[in-house]
Design a protein around this ligand. Structure first.
Ligand code: BGC
Length: 751
């Protein structure tokens, strides 16, 4: 058996029909930690699947999925927390393609990513590996990564399907989610990636969803994923996610990873023999494995290599495009080369550039911000660590930092979350920066208020000093070239254009899932329902530190001539963006929708589209955002379907969720989903019906006793929820039950 993909060994002709029962079962689970089983007898090779998502983590020897063992050097691109903030799908496609090139060079057939789970709580330990709190951003950006990767002939593994929104108890917890939030928030991004980018594989998650392990949930893996969304690829388990192998296979799980040492393959064989498992189900899974192997073989390039320097440069470009300038008072940034600057904070010298766990990449190079700042500054840049690499401080370090700060024109203060507080496998306890760093910050700010804070963090942090510093640069975890990217932004070599793909709240207590995270007794109730991220803060009118979509530039943008036009495909939004400053820059135009008077619960506004537009200084560009009709739909629990409600949609166009520059109303024709009227239909529902409504109104209005029911608005309001059958049964009603029966029949027949 080969350890990595060997295209020459591939036999394009082998089919499931050529395989024995045992061979078919063997194809549906791994040979090792990272490889599938070869069947030499018929020339089926083994392929390698490996992490993922922001670099290739191919282990040299040994194997683990926790980032413990060594792996071959690979470019550590910015993790998803940064990529999401770029709001730039074209750039992510290039990252995907670069990841594909590196995968090919390492003989990897499937790269395990992207991860697009929704950031439900800022505490989720793995938020650094996810793109956004918003399903549209997750879907659009996730699809771009998949497209790029697969353009190279390497498969993606869209993960973790689904509702893996916390690390606490992740291998058992049941995410208990109502239908609408499940569809509209947690599955919507997956649906978009599956339908737009056709990932070769989807990775099921560890957790249960509404009580059922996702690895053995036929509704999730077959009804929704395949029957509704048309997925034609392979479903692989997360590493160790299989609970009952036979149940999983029947549900739609095609490949168990890693190897079970043959134990569960034997279970499949036995189940076929006893008749418990229909052999056709095994054939289907085996076929999907064969298809995957063929695709990987077709994509493999024996002579593949990549340009390490070019990928490092791309990593720097992407990191710079992902940085979010949160605050910049009085034009504190950009710095002029030669300006008097002091750098404070060990993180400037010892970068934190990725998260811990299965995504841990062994970088080909590593930039630190201090060196890069010094390279650009063209002047002596003093440095004081302020705190030790392990996070501890002592008076000496603080005094030294304060002295450096006092003597400088601008202090660049590097703060961040230490690696040991943020990782796959566990959640954070709070959203605080370490107390020692906060104390240091207070001392530095007191010594020199012209302080620019540069953050390194995988999940959002509370920023108690936000109003008292000159600028804040949200640097997330920026990958191996992040140090250079930070320097590029600080000195204006790159005009920042990242935007928040997640809200930064003032307090953890304000956050949507605060009362329902991480659950108890292996159940977590998603009590906030649809109101995730900005949907929550907006609905509750909660003030936030920095809203979703926010991000500053070194130039300014004006919006004019906004228009929205309904088409059969959705809404076309256009707006002229003028760069009113003196630097070239990119603006992220965001389009939110609302439907005043909607018949269903909705957030005050929801992101429906965005466009990153580059506008040279002093020039204008027309940004066009096409909102897809299906993105206007809500999940209707009565019809069990996506429904576009008709009406006048309020389309807001802005620079963030709370910086809306124009609002346009556009009439959208709704889907016809009239639920059949019954005796239980309320007077309100009947009155809204085009056929039954006028007849009932007329009957009630025409009668002396009941006339007030419709003529008096207060009375009508009181009666609106009354089922028509009950009303008709009352003595003295102008329409009796028989009349109602007839009326309902006629209305339902469309007469
Ligand atoms: C993670 C996956 C990863 C897999 C293989 C699991 O623990 O949840 O994201 O792809 O390990 O390393």
């Amino acid at each position: 058996m080969t350890d990595t993909l060997t295209p020459a060994a591939a036999n394009g002709d082998a089919t499931v029909a050529d395989l024995t029962l045992e061979e078919k079962a063997s194809l549906t689970s791994g040979a090792s930690f990272w490889t599938t089983k070869a069947i030499d007898r018929v020339g089926i090779p083994s392929i390698m699947l490996t992490d993922g998502p922001h670099g290739v983590r191919k282990q040299r020897a040994g194997a683990d999925h926790l980032g413990i063992g060594d792996s071959v050097p690979a470019t550590c691109f910015p993790p998803a927390v940064a990529l999401g903030s770029s709001f730039d799908p074209a750039l992510l496609e290039r990252v995907g393609a670069a990841l594909g090139a590196e995968s090919l060079a390492e003989g990897v057939g499937v790269l395990l990513g992207p991860g697009i789970n929704i950031k439900r709580s800022p505490l989720c330990g793995r938020n650094f590996e996810y793109l956004s709190e918003d399903p549209l951003v997750s879907g659009v950006m996730g699809a771009a990564l998949v497209r790029g990767l697969q353009s190279q002939g390497v498969g993606a593994s869209l993960k973790h399907f689904a509702a893996n929104n916390q690390e606490a108890d992740r291998m058992r917890v049941s995410a208990d989610i109502d239908e609408r939030p499940l569809r509209e928030i947690y599955l919507r991004g997956f649906q978009r990636v599956v339908q737009d980018a056709k990932p070769w594989t989807v990775m099921c998650s560890y957790n249960r969803l509404n009580g059922v392990y996702t690895s053995e949930d036929p509704w999730l893996l077959t009804t929704v994923l395949r029957d509704e969304w048309g997925f034609e690829g392979l479903v692989v388990s997360d590493w160790g996610a299989v609970n009952e192998r036979v149940t999983g296979l029947v549900a739609g799980l095609d490949l168990e990873m890693p190897s079970s040492g043959g134990r569960t393959d034997a279970q499949l064989v036995a189940a076929v023999r006893t008749g418990e498992l229909d052999e056709s189900a095994l054939d289907l899974a085996a076929q999907r494995n064969l298809d995957l192997v063929r695709k990987a073989v077709a994509g493999a390039r024996a002579d593949a290599s990549y340009d390490v320097d070019a990928h490092h440069a791309l990593a720097r470009e992407v990191a710079a495009a992902s940085i979010v300038l949160l605050r910049n008072e009085g034009g504190a940034l950009p710095l002029a080369p030669g300006a008097s600057v002091a750098v404070v904070g060990e993180l400037a010298r010892t970068p934190r550039y990725q998260g811990a766990g299965s995504s841990l990449i062994n970088p080909t190079k590593l930039d630190d911000a201090l060196t890069e700042i010094r390279a650009i500054a063209g002047a002596d840049v003093p440095f004081a660590a302020g705190y030790a690499a392990d996070g501890t401080v002592d008076d000496g370090l603080v005094d030294e930092a304060v002295a450096a700060a006092s003597a400088a024109g601008t202090v660049l203060l590097f703060l961040g979350v230490p690696a040991e507080l943020e990782s796959e496998g566990f959640d954070r306890d709070d959203i605080e920066l370490p107390a020692a760093q906060l104390e240091l910050a207070e001392r530095v700010i007191a010594a020199n208020p012209n302080t620019v804070v540069v953050l390194s963090n995988g999940g959002v942090v509370r920023l108690p000093f936000a109003d008292r510093v000159a600028a804040i640069v949200e640097g997330w975890l920026l990958g191996q070239a992040g140090g250079g990217a930070v320097a590029d932004v600080l000195y204006g070599r790159v005009n920042p254009s990242g935007r928040l793909a997640e809200t930064i709240p003032h307090r953890l207590e304000d956050s949507p899932a605060f009362l329902d995270f991480p659950g108890e007794h292996s159940h977590v109730r998603y009590g906030e329902g649809l109101f995730v991220g900005y949907r929550w803060y907006d609905a509750r009118a909660i003030d936030v530190a920095f809203p979703f979509g926010h991000g500053l530039s070194y130039t300014s943008f004006g919006y004019s001539d906004a228009s929205a036009e309904a088409t059969v495909d959705g809404i076309v939004v256009r707006v002229t963006v003028t760069n009113t400053g003196d630097r070239d820059g990119a603006e992220v135009v965001q389009v939110y929708s609302a439907l005043p008077g909607s018949g269903v619960v909705r957030a005050p506004r929801e992101l429906k589209g965005f466009a990153k537009v580059f506008v040279p200084a002093g020039e204008s560009r027309v940004a066009e955002v096409r909102v897809r009709r299906e993105d206007l739909a809500y999940w209707d629990t009565r019809a069990d379907a996506w429904i576009v409600e008709g009406g006048a949609y309020e389309v807001s166009i802005g620079a963030s969720s709370r910086d809306l520059r124009a609002v346009v109303s556009v009439e959208v024709a709704g889907d016809d989903v009239r639920a059949p009227l019954t005796m239980d239909s309320s007077i309100g529902e009947i009155v809204a019906h085009p056929v039954a409504g006028p007849i009932v109104m007329q009957a009630l209005a025409g009668d002396g006793d009941t006339g007030a029911l419709v003529s008096d608005p207060g009375m009508f309001k009181m009666m609106a929820s009354f089922p028509i059958g009950r009303l008709a049964s009352f003595p003295g009603m102008p329409i009796g039950r028989d009349d109602v029966e007839q009326l309902l029949a006629a209305a339902n027949a469309g007469a």
